[in-house]
Design a protein around this ligand. Structure first.
Ligand code: ACO
Length: 379
């Protein structure tokens, strides 16, 4: 087999871009955004500031942060016609499908003509970041027959989202946990959805097409969809005593345990560590959930069996448990991931455009050649 005939399944280890946005060391469990360790950003930054950092490559000054925050606040509302469209979607529509369609529709309300015009690019970024949380929260109410709640400009990005989806103003601790979770999910080098975003960007498609395509890629259970499946799995395990037989059964049948394993991390995902810690802190004052004990037992037992394959919890393992305790419906966990990751996708959109060449890989054709066409009545 020549080098040209060798395919690399899953493009494992194949670099497809040079990037300054985020960095992972999978052996040491390090994640950095623009050079800053994730732990430091979670502790000291906010979703708004972290978004500015990822998008612009540096921390904002006080006045830049204020301006960025105000722009987001001013653009949170949805037009009434847009809300009418949401009302026409089937009530059983999965929020990820609703979100993917809605983002594509946003592109018709806020068209961008020139992806190289800096003003248009900035505007598209603000529209997407500001309106996606409102769409997510609106869908939760609309599907149950209620009117969406209007966004509140006196609240931060995270607090306003929690207010719109839960219908009550969150306390400071809940807001901080959501903010930290959004920071943890904001970017993660060249994963499947970010690669999707870069491929679509490379065709010079508009940003709404880029983000809606990436949402589709994120929705799968092997990627962002795992957080929803983790909580479903923990619920069906039910109790700590059931963990061993359940996990043994999954491993015997060759099923993947949701929320475990990662292409790059060969140790516990640093984001899983942060989210587990946040869960502990949150549950200390907001009552724990039996699912947390089940999750810790799943981690302990599954890791003891799978450690030779270097399988440990990833970001999706503990996030859903926290969202569940906040009262957020299970099928909204992956849309929350979208809220956060849109920042990363947009940063990659800009980076890809700055040195663009259309993605056009190749294949190894293994089919037949020169076949003779037989008319249908002679087959
Ligand atoms: N449970 C049990 N075994 C696992 C798991 C798991 N969750 N993950 C990997 N393995 C095993 C595989 O069976 C395989 O074993 P083998 O060598 O004996 O065949 C080995 O570990 C390597 O697994 P691959 O699937 O080849 O690893 P890959 O890098 O292609 O996939 C992935 C990574 C998709 C994350 C995988 O670990 C998985 O499916 N995990 C469960 C889904 C999940 O949690 N996804 C979220 C990932 S994080 C994110 O996208 C935000």
């Amino acid at each position: 087999m020549t080098e040209k005939e060798r395919i690399i399944p899953g493009l494992d280890g194949v670099p497809i871009a040079k990037s300054t946005i985020s960095f992972i060391d999978g052996e040491k469990g390090i994640l950095e955004y623009r050079g800053f360790p994730i732990q430091e950003l979670v502790e000291k930054s906010s979703f708004e500031e972290n978004s500015f950092l990822l998008l612009k490559g540096r921390l904002p000054t006080k006045s830049e942060l204020k301006e960025f925050d105000e722009q987001l606040k001013e653009n949170r509302e949805l037009k009434f016609r847009f809300i009418d469209i949401l009302k026409a979607f089937p009530e059983a529509g999965h929020p990820m499908n609703v979100l993917q369609a809605s983002v594509a529709i946003l592109g018709m309300y806020y068209p961008i003509n020139d992806v190289e015009d800096e003003k248009e690019v900035e505007r598209a970024i603000i529209i997407l970041l500001a309106k996606i949380p409102t769409i997510i929260a609106a869908w939760n109410r609309i599907r149950h027959g209620f009117e969406p709640l209007a966004p509140r400009n006196d609240l931060s990005h995270s607090a306003n989202f929690l207010y719109m989806i839960l219908g009550k103003e969150p306390d400071v601790k809940m807001t901080n946990v959501m903010d930290a979770s959004l920071i943890c999910h904001a970017d993660h080098t060249m994963n499947a959805s970010t690669f999707t975003a870069r491929v679509v960007t490379s065709t010079q498609a508009k940003p709404h097409a880029v983000i809606s395509s990436a949402i589709g890629a994120l929705s799968g259970p092997l990627h962002g969809g795992a957080n929803e499946h983790v909580v479903k799995m923990l619920r069906s395990i039910g109790s700590v005593e059931n963990v061993r037989p359940y996990i043994q059964n999954m491993i015997r049948s060759g099923s993947k345990i949701m929320g475990l394993g990662h292409r790059v991390y060969k140790v516990k995902d640093p984001r899983a560590k942060i989210l587990q810690k946040l869960a502990e802190l949150y549950f200390a004052t907001h009552n724990s959930t039996p699912l947390f004990d089940v999750a810790k037992e799943v981690e302990k037992y599954a890791v003891s069996i799978l450690k030779d394959k270097k399988i440990y919890p990833n970001v999706d393992f503990y996030s859903g448990i926290v969202y569940e305790r906040m009262g957020i419906p299970t099928d909204f966990y992956t849309p929350i991931f979208v809220m956060a990751r849109t920042v990363g996708w947009l940063a990659h959109w800009r980076e890809q455009l700055a040195g663009n060449r259309i993605f056009r890989p190749t294949q190894i054709y293994i089919g037949e050649h020169g076949k003779k066409y037989i008319p249908v009545d002679q087959r």
